[in-house]
Design a protein around this ligand. Structure first.
Ligand code: FAD
Length: 456
């Protein structure tokens, strides 16, 4: 019996037919993610406990078969794709909130809990979990931890790594470790929790997460600011911050992104508007802070509209979250990059992107978390047209050179996965890459955990 048949047989005897998919049509459902790339696994396994994850890893380890952890498959860099076949381990059935500890402001969760559902749960008891990727309606906390996901609120509240206190992880040989504790401070040993966050499933399978929570802030004020160029919007972002105001959110949307979403979300776009910022403040002084932001907007030749009701605010946010899916109508292929630069250089980066757009003669749609200097740059192209595809790849290359040259990073939140692994050496030195490969070998000596990802 070949290794594939042996692996599938062992998984079936472990979990039964109900919790192991092997038919081609079913496997197709787990063969893609937000990149649009497709790779078929041999089998998809649905464990319900840490113990079952251990057993699945023992099968993979013994047979030396690739194992790819998967949350909701919403990643934008191919992290959950089984590029070398093998087992996809779906955390769909490990979706319990195990504890919400109000005295310690923490929660224990399983990795398959959907982020938005967790947020609603903690908010219902007056607590707050800030990381809010735009995919929060369907992405999972395990996927967020493995990608170190960010979101619009990162300007004030940081990203996923700032909320992970500890983890339970199953290593490639099936051994279980825990990292971190339910304490505010802990300096014993290397920071393995920090190492696991953002490791894209290459170091172990996360089976439990200990999260830090905050009290739910009071007060919230929102406005939309309109600018005559990307550059003016970028300048306003850095000036708001330099005046000592830290809004919860400063989301940037350029004209093409606005036009793409307008049809779906009933947003009006004035002809002279080239860029928009969605700015939100919170806390007892949220109104005062937003007024200060509006002064900066006017100083940069912009105009603004305050959201007068919760309904209007929700409408603005729905439009923001609909941008990414709406872009599919603009061109057959969307190359989606999430570069980040020091916030003071945002306007310079946006100017550089406009230059690249003119050079490659492809539409480049920009939106994203401007308050973090993190812009989603979407190069609209057609993969089946070799000329257009070649120009898109040229744009990616120039974009990465631009941001690395400005002291920025080629990914602010989507990670490296497969789509960015060939560019990683633009940012990380050979020595750093070798150290990363060494770390990977210690955790995964047989190279079975999510192979082919992150350049390790
Ligand atoms: C419309 C849309 C909007 C988005 N907006 C944002 C945004 O604002 N900010 C942002 O950061 N991202 C965003 N994303 C990207 C994506 O949602 C995030 O990367 C998210 O964290 C992925 O979660 P997931 O559950 O889908 O994970 P998956 O895509 O299934 O997996 C992502 C990675 O995590 C690993 N992984 C998953 N679970 C585990 C586990 N239990 N143990 C170990 N490794 C694991 C996988 O192997 C893979 O490498 C967006 C995506 C979409 C489609």
């Amino acid at each position: 019996m070949g290794v594939r048949d042996k692996t599938v047989k062992e998984l079936l005897s472990l979990l039964g037919e109900e919790r192991v998919l092997t038919g081609e049509e079913e496997l197709l459902l787990y063969s893609y993610d937000g990149t649009g790339e497709e790779f078929l696994p041999w089998a998809v396994a649905f464990p319900e406990s840490t113990n079952e994850v251990v057993k699945i890893l023992e099968v993979a380890f013994e047979n030396e078969v690739p194992l790819v952890p998967r949350g909701a498959g919403s990643g934008f860099t191919g992290g959950s794709l089984p590029v070398q076949g093998g087992i996809v381990l779906s955390t769909e059935r490990m979706n319990r909130i195990l504890e919400i500890d109000r005295d310690n402001l923490t929660a224990w969760v399983e990795p398959g809990v959907v982020t938005g559902e967790f947020q609603s749960r903690v908010e219902s008891v007056g607590l707050f979990y800030p990381p809010d990727p735009a995919s929060l309606a369907f992405c999972t906390l395990g996927g967020n931890v493995a990608e170190n996901a960010g979101g619009p609120r990162a300007v004030k509240y940081g990203v996923t790594k700032d909320y992970v206190l500890g983890l339970e992880v199953v290593l490639s040989n099936g051994e279980v470790i825990t990292t971190g504790r339910k304490v505010v401070k802990d300096v014993v040993g290397y920071n393995l929790t920090g190492l696991m966050v953002g490791s894209e499933g290459t170091l172990g399978v996360i089976t439990r997460v200990l999260l830090r929570l905050l009290p739910l802030p009071v007060g919230r004020s929102t406005m939309l600011a309109y600018f005559k160029s990307r550059y003016h919007a970028g300048k306003a972002v850095s000036e708001v911050l330099s005046r000592g105001v830290i809004p919860v959110t400063m989301e940037f949307i350029d004209k093409s992104a606005l036009e793409a979403v307008a049809k779906h979300a009933e947003v009006e776009v004035e002809p002279e508007v080239e860029a928009v910022l969605l700015i939100e403040t919170d806390g007892p002084n949220s109104k005062g802070e937003l007024e200060l932001c509006s002064e900066v907007v006017v100083l940069h030749e912009g105009s603004f509209r305050m959201a007068e009701s919760e309904e209007e605010r929700e409408h603005l946010w729905r439009a923001r979250r609909a941008i990414s899916p709406s872009l599919v109508h603009l061109a057959p292929t969307k190359v989606n990059e999430d570069v980040v630069v020091p916030r003071s250089l945002l306007a310079t980066a946006l100017e550089g992107i406009s230059r690249i757009e003119r050079k490659v003669e492809l539409p480049i749609v920009c939106f994203g978390h401007a308050g973090d200097g993190n812009i989603h740059v979407n190069i609209m192209t057609d993969k089946s047209d070799s000329l257009a595809w070649g120009r898109a790849m040229e744009a990616v290359d120039e974009l990465f050179d631009l941001v690395v040259g400005l002291g920025g990073s080629i990914s602010g939140e989507h990670g490296i996965g497969i789509t960015k692994s060939r560019y990683i050496s633009k940012q990380l030195s050979g020595t750093v890459l070798e150290l990363q490969r060494g770390i990977n070998r210690v955790f995964d000596p047989k190279g079975i955990l999510n192979p082919g990802k992150m350049g390790v």
